[in-house]
Ligand binder design. Structure first.
Ligand code: GTP
Length: 606
């Protein structure tokens, strides 16, 4: 263990985050900062260090907040401790951003100088300003010929209202302007406040479960000093623990044995119970516990979409529960409860922030916990007002109560802000109208147009963001938030396979779309359900009335018989393909239904 002789004084600490839209270069910039502070060798930098999860690296997006502590030798001759807390850039994860910002005094707003301001960063920037952070605009990718710093600075001023006249101009890729940026950072971002001599008050920003260490928590100390071996108490549970390992991320975990007010670091206290150190909790010293208030923590975010997840093998149910518990530890937005489906057996109904969040959780469950899962189509939460006045939330279409007793069905409506260059605005408006959007405002801001729409949440959370990107050559950006529930003409679209209703295939849709989408759905499913030894009839029905049908014709011959004689490798490949496909299938009655068919309802706009 490396014991630090003197922790830095408060005036030499800077805690900051980076706010940036996806692909504007946050990870590259972070790597550059780490490199300039000699945090890692160039070779180690090859892999972008802050995106540590495999999935993040593969998808090139940042999901969970990470932190790194660096030493920066500034021109004024002082060494500053920079604590950088990473934030995710995708629209699904704004909540994580506000959590990270809570631990900081400043933020760098990174904008691609060739692309301009994007809706998501605007929203995150407002959060930072509301939380009292000093926000420094940074124009990145200045090495590119299309970089237009004047235009983008003007956009920052017009759209966000931040003075960007002398914004830092950098190229995270080449390193240009980076020293000047670090100098600005230590000059303009204020040091943390706090008293190292006061009773300990620390906030858990993030907690995760490590198989060897138990719960590891990332904390920000607001007051006091925490040393290895001291007795600590968690305010939420009232339980006492001994502070085991204490230290910082450099970005590797490095024990220092002490953390002081203003610092950000990790603590391991031998907590094995995964609910033992929840995110947002306050850590205090046992001896001064009564003198210290619990910090306000974080608002619990409500999941926006729900889907059923079922283990392919029913033996995995307990492992699945265990894995969900572990993931939920540092993902307060993840919500789950057991679900029993006639078609799919025992599983969980899981709530997510959006469909990307859902895909990521499914991948993590499969990759990190070795589970084979089948996911049903995601749905938003509806509200049902019964005849007797009761209002019930419905997050599972198959659990919609009998319509005879229902007075009103309500759908969630969100308020969406879209920023788009003028030439694509027509496409965006057409798309919003086809999704039942109502325009509230349209404004020219710099070279972009800001559109504000009210849209049914169901139309936004599924594939709206991807559609916006594709109809605007990638330029449109989106931010949205829940506004209210509103009565709508909704119906449940059932799917019957060989005459039997399959609960896991039901969806709730607008009545005007029932016939059209029903038809598209059965056609799509016909292509996705493999041929069996018998005909498979697929029907879509609303309230017992069939609105569309199709048939998967029976298989007559062995598939491999199609391959000509000697080509063994091709035959093998085909069998392997079948085998891999099988893994994600579920037997429903006599019919095998693959994962894709359960998600077909999502792809009806293609
Ligand atoms: N030309 C140029 N390209 C850059 C610069 N900075 C980043 N890039 C490239 O832009 C792309 C996105 O950069 P990332 O750093 O992964 O973006 P990010 O904002 O961290 O993305 P998320 O992790 O998804 O939030 C990569 O291909 C980078 O190589 C720059 O200064 N100049």
């Amino acid at each position: 263990m490396t014991e630090r002789v003197t922790p830095p004084s408060l005036k030499h600490i800077r805690n900051f985050s980076i706010i940036a839209h996806i692909d504007h270069g946050k990870s590259t910039l972070a790597d550059r900062i780490i490199q300039l502070c000699e945090g890692l060798s160039v070779r180690e930098l090859k892999e972008q260090v802050l995106d540590t999860m495999d999935i993040e690296r593969e998808r090139g997006i940042t999901i969970k907040a990470q932190s790194v502590t660096l030493d920066y030798h500034a021109d004024d001759g002082n060494t500053y401790q920079l604590n950088f807390i990473d934030t995710p850039g995708h629209v699904d994860f704004s909540y994580e951003v506000s959590r990270s910002l809570y631990a900081c005094e400043g933020a760098l707003l990174v904008v691609d100088a060739g692309q301009g301001v994007e809706a998501q960063s605007v929203a995150n920037c407002y959060t930072a300003i509301e939380q009292g952070l000093e926000v420094l605009p940074v124009l990145n990718k200045m090495d590119l010929p299309q970089a237009d710093p004047d235009k983008v600075s003007q956009e920052i001023e017009e759209i966000i209202g931040l003075d960007a006249t002398d914004a830092c101009q950098v190229s995270a890729k080449s390193g240009m302007g980076m020293e000047a940026l670090l100098e600005r950072l230590v000059r303009d971002i204020p040091p943390p406040k706090g008293d190292p001599e006061a009773p300990l008050q620390a906030l858990i920003i993030d907690s995760w479960f490590d198989n060897y260490l138990g719960v590891v928590s990332l904390v920000r100390l607001f007051d006091g000093t925490l040393k290895k071996g001291e007795k600590i108490r968690l305010k939420s549970t009232g339980r006492d623990w001994e502070a085991g390992a204490i230290g910082i991320f450099t970005p590797k975990r490095k024990e220092t044995g002490v953390l002081r007010a203003g610092e950000v670091g990790f603590i391991v206290a031998g907590i094995k119970d995964i609910m033992g150190a929840p995110v947002g909790d306050t850590i205090v010293h046992t001896k001064t516990a009564d003198k210290v208030e619990r910090l306000p923590g974080f608002l619990k975010v409500k999941p926006q979409v729900y889907a059923g997840m079922f283990p392919i093998s029913s033996d995995d149910f307990e492992d699945f529960r265990d894995a969900l518990q572990k993931l939920a530890l540092n993902d307060a937005s993840l919500d789950y409860e057991p679900e029993n489906s006639d078609a799919l057996g025992f599983g969980f109904r899981v709530g997510f922030l959006g469909t990307l969040h859902m895909e990521i959780i499914q991948e993590r469950l499969e990759r990190e916990y070795g589970l084979d899962l089948l996911t049903t189509a995601p749905t938003v939460i509806y509200e049902v007002r019964m005849d007797n006045g009761d209002v019930l939330p419905v997050s599972n279409p198959s659990k919609l109560p009998d319509m005879a007793n229902v007075d009103e069905l309500r759908e969630p409506i969100c308020r969406a802000t879209i920023l788009v260059p003028q030439e694509y605005v027509g496409n965006v408006i057409t798309e919003c109208v086809s999704r039942r959007g109502v325009q509230l405002d349209m404004q020219f801001l710099g070279s972009q147009i800001q559109l504000i729409y009210e849209l049914p949440m169901a139309e936004v959370v599924m594939d709206f963001f991807d559609r916006l990107k594709s109809i605007s050559k990638g330029y449109a950006s989106l931010d949205y938030s829940f506004d209210r529930f509103e009565a709508a003409k909704l119906v449940r679209l059932d799917v019957l396979i060989n005459g039997d209703r399959v609960d896991a295939l039901a969806s709730i849709i607008h009545r005007d779309h029932a016939h059209g989408r029903g038809r598209l759905l059965v056609e799509k499913m016909k292509d996705l359900i493999p041929r069996q030894m018998f005909d498979v009839a697929i029907q879509a029905a609303v309230g017992g009335q069939v609105v569309a049908r199709s048939t998967v014709k029976a298989l007559r011959k062995n598939v491999t018989a199609k391959c000509y004689g000697g080509d063994v490798s091709r035959k093998k490949k085909l069998l392997e393909k079948q085998k891999a496909g099988k893994k994600r299938m579920k037997q429903v009655g006599r019919v095998e239904i693959p994962q894709d068919a359960f998600l077909a309802v999502l792809k009806l706009n293609d």
